[in-house]
Write a new protein. Structure first.
Length: 86
């Protein structure tokens, strides 16, 4: 049904962001996080934990607020939420 399609699209998007973030972590360091290790062990360090919590809050807010699924559209069609005119 429509709900299962929506859940699948959401999980796919989260998995793609996680894979991209895992790859980018080896090449990109944000200011203040230069001395933090890469990889999954980052969430056990002080600044890494803060970054993980901030990222989780932002991702959760986007998923629950901005990226709500409109039942009249097909799953994954969010229109143009950033107003790029597409």
């Amino acid at each position: 049904g429509l709900l299962l399609d929506h859940v699948q699209v959401t999980h796919t998007r989260v998995a793609m962001m996680a894979a991209s973030g895992g790859l980018a972590a080896h090449f990109v360091k944000f200011p203040g996080f230069e001395d933090i290790h890469s990889g999954l062990s980052v969430v056990t360090t002080g600044p890494g934990t803060y970054g993980f919590l901030a990222l989780s809050v932002v991702a959760g807010a986007l998923e629950m607020g901005l990226w709500n699924q409109d039942p009249s559209k097909e799953p994954g069609n969010f229109g143009d939420p950033a107003s790029f005119g597409q």
